[in-house]
Each structure stands twice: as C-alpha cells, then as structure tokens.
Design a protein around this ligand. Structure first.
Ligand SMILES: Nc1nc2c(ncn2[C@@H]2O[C@H](COP(=O)(O)OP(=O)(O)OP(=O)(O)O)[C@@H](O)[C@H]2O)c(=O)[nH]1
Ligand SMILES: [Mg+2]
Length: 180
C-alpha cells in the first residue's frame, strides 16, 4: 500500500489472472468505463488502468488495476506485474471447464510473487451464455471456498450491480487485511 502525496488517497494495486479470453479485460472495462466489446483483442503483456474516487470504509481509494495477458508467451513478463499486488480477480469462463482448472496454476504463480496472504476473488464469467454453460455454479463456488476466496458469477457483457460489488468487496478485504 502507498499513500498519494497530493491527496489522502490510499493506493491499492490489484491484478487479474486467468486463461486467455476468459474476460479479464472485459470485466475491468465494464467496471472502469461501463463499456463492453464483442471483439477479442488479447492483452499484450499488461494493461494498466487507474480507478479513482472509490470510497471504502470512509476512505478514498485509488485502485491501480494491472490487467495481465492470459497467453502463455507473456509468462516471464507477468511475474514482474504481480510484485506489490494486494489482491486479484481470478477469472474463468463458465463455458470452458479447463479455465477453472487452470486457476490452480494461475494462483500458484500469483501467490508465488505477490505472497500467500493476498486477497483473491474467484469469478465465473460469461453467465449470459447460459445455453453453453459447462461449469455448474457449485463447482466454482467449491473451488473458491477451497481457496479461501469470495465467489461471484458475472457477465462483463450484461454488467449490472455485481461488477462494482466485486471490486468494492475486494478492496474492502484488502484494506481490512492491511497491517495497522
Ligand atoms: N458473451 C460474453 N462474452 C464475453 C464476456 N466477457 C468477455 N467476453 C468476450 O470474450 C472475449 C475475450 O475477452 P477479453 O476480456 O479480451 O479476455 P481476456 O481474459 O482479457 O483475454 P487475454 O487478454 O488474452 O488474457 C472477447 O471477445 C469478449 O467480447 C461475457 O461476459 N459474455
Ligand atoms: Mg485481456
């Protein structure tokens, strides 16, 4: 955590992890800009977005979102973006079961750099594709519980109140996890 010199904002760095095309960037865009695009533009290395003006527990927060690429070829770069991270969204796609299994590998990599005590929220994305669902909600919920994580199902496409809720809850847990 850091404090801005010019304002009393608390700066919290968060990451996204998960396999390519699960919708990490789309969830973050929905949260920061309230937009969605059907086009798939893979993240190249990292996208950094800053969200200001969030108030949690009466404290002004500046969220720095480090949205990393899911494609394997960016592996070595990714680790450097996890340094100093206080929490992450671990995203899978409810139409691709392997993407839930992949979270083991992602969370191992994330925790290995950021630390074991970091706050992780598990998100099953693309629930608008209900007819193509192959991961039951209970499987995601069970996985999240085993990780000691909060669990959400969401759609970056549909948006709704769940999107700000995910990030608000994560920041609140991070704040309450900070020493002092
Ligand atoms: N139907 C549907 N499509 C989605 C949703 N979220 C993302 N997509 C689509 O899935 C594709 C991948 O989305 P991205 O957000 O770029 O995925 P990503 O996880 O950031 O992928 P990488 O950057 O390559 O790791 C795009 O075509 C999006 O439009 C969703 O909730 N519903
Ligand atoms: Mg992306």
């Amino acid at each position: 955590m850091a404090k801005s010199i010019l304002s009393n904002e608390i700066i919290i760095k968060l990451n996204s992890v998960g396999t390519y095309s699960v919708g990490k960037t789309s969830l973050i865009r929905r949260y920061t800009e309230n937009t969605f695009s059907e086009d798939y533009l893979p993240t190249l290395g990292v996208d950094i977005t800053v969200k200001r003006g969030v108030i949690v527990d009466a404290k002004p927060i500046r969220i720095v979102l480090m949205d990393t690429a899911g494609e394997e070829k960016f592996g070595s770069l990714r680790k450097t973006y996890f340094e100093g991270s206080l929490g992450c969204i671990a995203v899978y796609d409810i139409t691709r079961p392997e993407t839930l299994k992949d979270l083991d590998r992602w969370l191992k990599e994330y925790r290995g750099v950021a630390g074991e005590d970091k706050i992780i929220s598990v998100i099953g994305n693309k629930i608008d594709l209900a007819g193509r669902r192959t991961v039951p909600e209970k499987d995601g919920r069970r996985y999240a519980r085993a990780q000691g994580s909060a669990f959400y199902e969401a759609s970056a496409k549909f948006g709704g109140k769940i999107i700000p809720r995910i990030f608000f809850d994560l920041v609140q847990k991070v704040l309450r996890n900070l020493p002092g």
